[in-house]
Design a protein around this ligand. Structure first.
Ligand SMILES: *Cc1c(COP(=O)(O)O)cnc(C)c1O
Length: 469
């Protein structure tokens, strides 16, 4: 499989190189040159497969030529073997024909484990083969950092540095990162906010001289391997609900447009999906595009669903590329005008095309809490605030009651106790067994000033299993 850039100028790469790449050299994002397509018979024959075997069938075409089948199978069995639920991604019924796909049974209790557990293992496999080491520098407002650290903690060939804003992540989120003590794990608390952290990561990709030749790898969802891993659970859910003979709809709590883009790909690979709902919080750039064809940056608001607090959705570029007939020059033009003036609309027929599949809703904090309370009353289930936004959007935007509606349950409620408390749900939430001693564990973290030089010096001092690069 070959991968091409959404801006049309960067060289095509194979899977291995795309795994190790960040942005393409032309500023674009990598996508498969040709998407695999499965027949209905083929998809139907996968019913009842264990999760890792389904994962093998869905992802195999993306890695062909880079990873032999037997090795890939073994990696997938290990990856999904660490999940705390036998079904890996169980479906829970909320209402007639309304389901939550629980994606929070991984080590860090959010769906990001599906991709980052795999990414860590794939990196180690490829780097071992090449005899190379890499450094990861990532920024997190909470969930990505812990999932990336858990995913990479056993990697022999990776040193990982995660920047988080000092005193601005929840205690559970901080401890999930700082209590992992491997010599290749480095937590840095920056005396600044999340944007400061993200700026430092961007600047580090732009000028890598501080790394003395060591390669820098991205762990945010611009990395293609993360999207790829997320396609699988759309197939998994649909197969349990009568697919592919019957079509299914999904509502997806959305920030960077990575998770829902995986659903769009699943559909293009042959899975009958009727409707994809973009569920956002008050940071609603995607809702404003889907409802009014305006893609315009606005100021960032802090909400009760912090993992979706973003101003610009990087993966949206991958959808725009398809909507524009895969014309890289057109995308480069749009992204340029976005940078210059802060916004754009697309031609009417392209927008209408998107609206055939996508609907959207923006949900504010008050509605989020109302939904948590409502679902608790109806079912006794406590939802996390992100998932609650998905439920609210599903109930508002649903096109047909006859088609099963699956809401992606993106995090465990115990990670977001503030929202649950605000919703007035009087049920004590407990950490799952594997994290029950989280508050007693030893923490390790370095606090650094909000200065790029200080961070880069720290990375080059510790980037080789704690020793200088
Ligand atoms: C990352 C995250 C999201 C948003 O996913 P995107 O792929 O960025 O759209 C939603 N919910 C939770 C809990 C997350 O951690």
């Amino acid at each position: 499989m070959r991968y091409i850039s959404t801006r049309g100028q960067a060289p095509a790469l194979n899977f291995e190189d795309v795994l190790l790449a960040g942005l393409a050299t032309d500023g674009g994002l990598y996508v498969p040159e040709n998407l695999p397509r499965f027949t209905q018979e083929e998809i139907a024959s996968w019913a009842g497969l264990p999760y890792h075997e389904l994962a093998f069938r869905v992802m195999r075409p993306f890695v062909t030529g880079s990873i032999p089948d037997a090795d890939f199978k073994k990696i997938l069995e290990e990856t999904y073997g660490v999940f705390a639920h036998n079904a890996v991604a169980p479906l829970r019924q909320l209402n007639g024909n309304e389901w939550v796909l629980e994606l929070f049974h991984g080590p860090t209790l959010a769906f990001k484990d599906f991709a980052l557990q795999l990414l860590g293992r794939l990196l180690d496999y490829v780097l071992e083969k090449r005899g190379e080491r890499v450094v990861i520098v990532g920024a997190t407002s909470g969930d990505t950092g812990s999932a990336a650290i858990e995913g990479c903690k056993h990697c022999e060939n990776v040193d990982i540095f995660i920047l988080h804003p000092h005193n601005r992540v929840s205690e559970v989120q901080r401890r999930q990162m700082t209590t992992i003590l491997g010599e290749n794990i480095h937590n840095i608390a920056i005396e600044g906010n999340f944007d400061d952290c993200q700026e430092m990561v961007k600047a580090s990709f732009a000028d890598q001289s501080f790394l003395k030749g060591t390669r820098l790898v991205a762990v945010n969802s611009i990395n293609w391997a993360r999207i790829m891993a997320q396609i699988v659970y759309y197939f998994h859910a649909a197969l349990q609900l009568g697919g592919p003979a019957r079509s299914v709809s999904f509502s997806v709590p959305t920030g960077n447009f990575g998770d829902i883009f995986a659903g769009y790909l699943a559909r293009n690979m042959g899975l009958p999906i009727n409707q994809l709902i973009v569920a956002t919080n008050r940071n609603d750039i995607l809702h404003r595009f889907m409802s009014g064809n305006q893609y315009v940056k606005e100021t960032l608001h802090a909400t009760l669903s912090p993992s979706m607090d973003i101003m610009v959705s990087s993966n949206f570029e991958r959808l725009l590329f398809d909507l524009h007939g895969r014309n890289g020059a057109a995308i480069a033009g749009l992204m340029d005008s976005f940078k210059q003036g802060g916004g754009f609309s697309v031609e009417q027929e392209r927008w209408t095309e998107a609206r055939k599949l996508f609907d959207s809703l923006a949900v504010d904090d008050a509605q989020t809490c109302e939904t948590i309370a409502e679902v608790f009353e109806q079912t006794g289930e406590v939802l996390d605030p992100h998932t609650a936004i998905g439920v609210k959007a599903a109930r508002e935007c649903r096109r047909s009651l006859d088609i099963p509606m699956v809401i992606l349950g993106t995090a465990h409620p115990v990670k977001f106790p503030d929202a649950v408390e605000k919703a007035g749900v009087g049920k004590a939430l407990e950490l799952p067994a594997h994290l029950s001693d989280l508050f007693e564990r030893e923490e390790r973290c370095t606090v650094l000033p909000n200065e790029l030089k200080a961070v880069q010096a720290f990375v080059s001092q510790h980037g080789n299993r704690g020793k200088p690069l």
